[in-house]
Write a protein of this length. Structure first.
Length: 452
């Protein structure tokens, strides 16, 4: 069997460099156009038949990850028979699976029939710095597909697919009945946190931050990235007991005074630890309908001091007819959760306007768009010639929101990094207005290894 501790070459252990947001945005737009052009060349019947075979790709990727086939392939090329011997599988079947997945771009097949890893399959190794092995295992799990088998329930009847398949809501089921499935789900969330960490660190301002609380933060993977980037800060991760009990594996090598794990539910008043400078929630809000998301926001807000800030990392769903991974995630929320959803900008506005003052920003070019609580949240900020931000139509590929910072009601549009008069105007308005606790929403794109 393959050892868990098998190491990769040094250059493969380095996290990939995250390209600039405008580059990624243009790349996604180009890929979308090329894909539509290629699809237009195929008769619709052929395209429909081809797309339905995606289930084979997902399931075979799950098989490959369960058997640890990427770890079994040498850094050079390896024959299917040798791989089968290492993982305890059938040589003919391994050849057929790898041949199929190589045709889909997941492995490289040499002319002599040997297989080697490529960039995609390296990301399926458990020891890859940003491994997606556990995410694939979650998406391909038998019990997960049992839920998808009931996908007609929420569409036709407005009832829960998870409850129909499992007998109770998904989160209750993994907590009460199937801790092994819960462990698979938690590991999948850790995979996404390993992707989100570098992006969040790049997007937020950590200078002067003394303490951070990761609400619903699992084992603290994102918190660890933030604490590594802010070595003077301390942090707390809050989650249910059976999840947060593993935080020591992620945070345990930090000095004891720098981290703390708190067990509890963010739905319960008074459970969110108070007194932190920054609060962060990653991929939390999309799991819940507006009423329950509002409870979470209120409980976090109650823990915040007047100088606290809240960062929410979640997706913006683009309603236009464009390739947008958020639309696929929305189908996961429709099927897996009890009313969770991805939200468009207007839906985020409706959720937040009722609860917190907020402002919108774009991490590049570091522009802030201040909004009155009744302002429609349907613009991005781009810096104008005078240093003030102009609202524009959101670009395709804007898939991550980082909610940040408290603002005063009535704050005007202003660019943080452009023009002294702009900054002085913003300071005057902040001093003149009441200072309720609120949030800023920052949105942008992500690198080519996935989305937040």
């Amino acid at each position: 069997m393959v050892r868990e501790s098998e190491r990769m070459p040094r250059d493969e252990q380095r996290p990939p460099r995250i390209p600039p947001t405008p580059v990624v945005r243009r790349a996604f737009a180009l890929r979308s156009r090329l894909r539509r052009a290629a699809d237009a060349m195929i008769p619709p019947q052929g395209l429909a038949a081809e797309r339905t075979f995606l289930l084979a790709e997902i399931k075979m990727l799950g098989v490959v990850c369960e058997l640890r086939i990427p770890e079994a392939i040498d850094n050079g090329a390896t024959r299917a028979g040798a791989i089968a011997d290492r993982v305890g599988a059938q040589a003919d079947a391994i050849e057929r699976v790898l041949r199929f997945l190589a045709s889909r771009g997941w492995f490289a097949r040499k002319r002599d029939g040997r297989y080697r890893l490529n960039r995609r399959s390296r990301a399926l190794r458990s020891n890859d710095p940003q491994s997606l092995r556990d995410w694939v295992r979650f998406m391909a799990a038998d019990w997960h597909w049992n839920i998808w088998n009931q996908a007609i329930r929420p569409v036709r009847d407005g009832t829960s697919a998870a409850t129909a398949a499992l007998g109770k809501p998904f989160f209750d089921w993994v907590h009460d009945d199937r801790p092994d499935a819960g462990a698979t789900f938690d590991a999948a969330m850790r995979s996404l946190s390993s992707l989100a960490g570098p992006l969040v660190v790049q997007a937020v301002e950590l200078d002067g931050v003394a303490s951070i609380c990761d609400v619903g933060g699992g084992t603290g993977r994102l918190l660890r990235a933030l604490l590594d980037a802010a070595p003077a800060a301390r942090g707390t991760v809050l989650d249910l007991h059976d999840v947060v009990s593993g935080a020591g594996d992620v945070l345990g090598d930090l000095p004891a005074h720098r981290w703390n794990a708190t067990a509890g539910s963010f739905f319960e008043p008074g459970v969110v630890p108070d007194g932190h400078d920054r609060y962060v929630m990653q991929a939390i809000m999309h799991d819940w309908p507006d009423d329950k998301a509002g409870i979470i926001l209120r409980n976090v807000r109650a823990a915040m001091s007047p100088d606290s800030r809240l960062w929410v990392i979640d997706s913006i769903l683009d309603p236009a007819q464009r390739d947008d991974i958020s639309k696929a995630v929305d189908m996961l929320m429709l099927t897996l959760t009890e009313g969770g959803r991805e939200r468009t900008q207007n839906e985020w506005a409706a959720l937040l306007d009722e609860r917190v003052p907020h402002r919108v920003t774009d991490p590049a070019p570091t522009a802030h768009l201040g909004l009155h609580p009744r302002t429609r949240l349907n613009t991005r900020a781009k810096v104008g010639r005078q240093g003030f931000a102009r609202p524009t139509t959101p670009a395709a590929g804007d898939t991550a929101w980082f909610i940040d910072e408290r603002v005063s009601e009535g704050t005007s549009v202003c660019a943080r990094a452009h023009g002294g008069e702009c900054r002085r105007r913003l300071q005057r308005e902040r001093l003149a207005a009441a200072r309720p606790r609120g949030v800023v929403i920052i949105h942008g794109t992500v690198g080519d290894r996935g989305s937040v």
